[in-house]
Design a protein around this ligand. Structure first.
Ligand code: AMP
Length: 595
């Protein structure tokens, strides 16, 4: 080659070695989902204990366990990875092959897998996606970045021939038995499932405020009189409230778990806060079963729990895993142990749900200094230290839920007088509207309905959410999804321009629904809009300009501008924590529970 790379010297004269790789996957969809970390536009990583030396020319073919061909081409071995299970993260043995030629179908497949992974990686690296947990390193799949056991891997076996003969059982032969493999992996990486309260020997100096949200969670603290949300080392300010059990691995939490939502929705627990302290046979649990792909089961006390692979996980345990991730974030930032916290919960939580939150905290090694209602926390962030005499409405539109609460503030007394909401109204419903719009545009552009695989659909949903957030700042936003699907043997790229007006027309009924809830919450206490002095917007989805407009139109005044919608609840919790430590406390009065 012109670059004079020694690995290519004399390649014209050398004969390529035939390489037939049998993978353990049974379907092409499975291959796309699970083999993705091993594949890049430039090459493929083949896991094998008998790698060819660097520089070897290969003519390779990848097949499914059924014998079906998935990829075929030529390449050159660029590097060899020697197994090292003691490394952090551990290395699996294999070889990285750089493509020199691919047939057209293989090229399209590589393009599809690479661009869906790019979508995943954007998800991983986008601000607000939380911190990777120690020991879980995202793998940038491709040459020079050999995969580790920290991400799903295929289990390919390289055999030195291009013969079309099937080799039964080959895929299994090269790896340790499943139990052994799990043991090895868990020994190195385990995030144990918390099952007993973590003892607290010495209460920490620091008390943090924690907002355990349905979609995202965060922690805040007061330092030198200033409350702030604690950032991760990477600068993220929230951790996704997501727990997952990737195939053949142990639990992951936060943004790594959320990244898996696209490829393995059934093995990824999100939005589970709705189930905390609820019986398996409650209406909410029944509705969740219809809406979420993961399995919801009854635990031994008849409460809703979830299945993660072979594990039955209680919702307290799910919450504890998230709380522990938040606690670790705080410890890393403050450089000291943190085991005391003020926790927030929805105002309508009953005693059983509040107790479930306390149990989760104990499992995570946190002593609960106070349980605080979320709208009260938001009101604290708005009013703390201002000695206000006001009646405010907290409008909280998050990723999955909507809550509206009226509070009366009198100096340092905060009383929730009315609350209501919709446990299934939030940002994801807005995303679904945009996804449907993109699907319609696809059908118009291509002339047939979209029949893409789940990964392609996930890319669409991901693009829809990004466009939605971008449209809060600008009037139009381009969407481009290369190689989204195949049509008549040709890859299809979806290219379109979304504009704010058409999106607003689609989501307006959702915002109207939230306004309806506000009306009900006022009516429940015989209040009218003129009784409300200020409206406080909370939750990421409330950033949409249409929400501001409709709220302003309904209440006859613009919402308060001083409160940060994503941070208000955690900040309020931190302020209460601070006030508990000081002489002058804040008096908080609650409201009856809603079930
Ligand atoms: P939360 O549960 O409060 O973290 O809110 C998460 C939801 O807010 C997700 O559905 C996000 O897509 C949505 N969101 C975040 N930022 C924006 C934005 N700038 N415009 C519209 N929605 C947003």
């Amino acid at each position: 080659m012109a670059n004079g790379d020694p690995a290519d010297a004399g390649s014209a004269e050398r004969k390529p070695v035939g390489l037939l790789v049998r993978l353990a996957y049974q379907s092409i969809e499975d291959f796309k989902r699970r083999f993705a970390p091993n594949l890049s536009r430039g090459g493929v990583f083949i896991r094998t204990r008998e790698p060819k030396p660097a520089g070897t020319l290969v003519a390779f073919e990848l097949r499914l366990s059924t014998g079906e061909k998935v990829m075929r081409g030529d390449g050159v071995v660029r590097s060899v990875v020697v197994e090292d299970l003691g490394a952090t993260p551990p290395r699996v043995p294999g070889m990285a092959i750089q493509f020199t030629r691919l047939d057209a179908a293989s090229r399209a497949l590589v393009e599809e897998v690479a661009s869906s992974r790019a979508a995943l990686e954007r998800t991983l690296s986008s601000p607000g996606m939380g911190t990777p947990l120690p020991g879980f390193t995202p793998v940038a799949a491709g040459l020079g970045s050999p995969p580790t056991l920290s991400r799903p891997l295929g289990t390919p076996v390289a055999v030195p021939t291009l013969s079309p003969t099937n080799v039964p059982g080959e895929a299994e032969r090269d790896r340790p038995p499943r139990g052994e493999q799990l043991r090895r992996i868990t020994g190195l990486f385990e995030i144990p499932l918390p099952s007993t309260p973590e003892p607290i020997t010495r209460p920490s100096r620091a008390v943090i405020g924690i907002d355990l949200g349905t979609t995202n969670s965060s922690a805040a603290v007061v330092r030198d009189g200033r409350p702030y949300v604690i950032p991760s080392r990477e600068g993220y300010r929230t951790i996704p409230s997501v727990v997952a059990l990737p195939p053949r691995q142990t639990l992951v939490v936060g943004h790594l778990a959320r990244a898996q939502l696209l490829s393995d929705p059934a093995g990824t627990i999100n939005g589970a806060k709705r189930l905390l302290g609820r019986p398996f046979d409650s209406a909410i649990a029944a509705e969740m079963r219809g809406k979420f792909p993961y399995q919801i089961v009854a635990d031994q006390d008849g409460l809703a729990a979830v299945r993660l692979g072979p594990l039955t996980v209680t919702i307290e345990q799910v919450a504890a895993l998230i709380l522990r991730a938040v606690k670790e974030l705080a410890q890393n930032h403050l450089g000291e142990e943190v085991n005391r916290a003020v926790l927030t919960v929805p105002a309508y939580y009953n005693e059983r749900q509040r107790q479930a939150m306390r149990t989760a905290a104990a499992l995570a090694g946190l002593r609960v200094e106070r349980i605080l209602n979320e709208p009260t926390a938001a009101a604290l962030a708005y009013a703390y230290g201002r000695h206000l005499q006001q009646r405010v409405l907290v409008y909280d539109l998050g990723g999955g839920t909507f809550d509206a609460s009226v509070l009366e503030l009198q100096d340092n007394i905060y009383e929730v007088v009315s609350t209501g909401g919709d446990a299934f109204l939030g940002g994801v419903d807005f995303d679904a509207c945009l996804t449907r719009l993109l699907l319609r545009q696809y059908a118009e552009q291509v002339g047939v309905e979209f029949d893409g695989n789940p990964v392609a659909l996930s890319r669409l949903t991901d693009a829809a959410e990004r466009a939605k957030c971008a449209l809060s700042e600008r009037a139009s936003f381009p969407v481009q999804l290369p190689f989204l699907a195949m049509h008549q043997g040709q890859p299809v790229t979806l290219e379109t321009m979304l504009n704010r007006g058409e999106v607003e027309a689609l989501v307006a009924p959702l915002v109207d629904r939230s306004i309806e809830v506000c009306r009900e919450v006022l009516q429940a206490k015989g209040l009218t809009i003129s009784d409300i002095d200020e409206v406080i917007l909370v939750g990421g989805q409330s950033r949409m300009p249409l929400v501001h407009q409709k709220v302003a139109a309904f209440f006859g005044k613009p919402p308060a501008r001083t409160v940060h919608p994503d941070e208000a609840v955690a900040l309020g919790a931190a302020l209460l924590a601070e006030s508990l430590e000081g002489a002058e406390g804040v008096v908080l009065l609650s409201v009856t529970a809603r079930d």
